[in-house]
Design a protein around this ligand. Sequence first.
Ligand code: G3D
Ligand code: MG
Length: 176
Amino acid sequence: MSVNFIFKVIIIGEPATGKTSLVKKYISGHFSQDYRASIGTNLYIKKIKLESGEEGKIQLWDIAGQERWIKMRHTYYRGAQGALILGDVTREKSFLQIEDFWYSDITKYCPDIPVILIGNKIDLKKDISEEKVRAIGDKINADSIMFTSAKNGDNVEMAFQLISKLINERFSRKKD
Ligand code: G3D
Ligand code: MG
């Protein structure tokens, strides 16, 4: 296969929203129950084929441990071409800092990249309405709002396909 692109995608959001689980489900189709608050950054890479037939790679940056307090956050954001911002639908609180903290970081360190707001853990009982999640998505001008389950895989593949498609579209527009 000839690699036509490598897209850097960052996965951000409050601790325990399911960032690591979502990435692992996508990479291996496997959901791991044991929770370890690892430190640093987990990097994953996977081959991807766009609807157009173009093939390339998607590089996933999963921030780990002490998410909010990492001083070197800007190095993590540098060069990112797309972002998934996660909230946990079973904890409304996990959405409260999305606009002022997580999205604000994007505007500072990697502005104008496609963003998908994700409400994860839809296999469980919700603590926040879909409307409220959508309102947050509108506020941050998210390119898309999706609801996923890293446990049973709902919309997981679709989320990574969509962010790749959005990156590809934005990148092509810039070339015009
Ligand atoms: P993080 O990387 O954002 O910190 P993790 O989050 O992926 O480590 O997940 C935190 C906890 O939520 C883990 O549970 C994990 O199994 C669980 N989880 C993640 N996504 C889902 C989901 O879609 N559905 C359900 N039911 N659980 C999910 P523990 O119990 O190990 O803390
Ligand atoms: Mg994690």
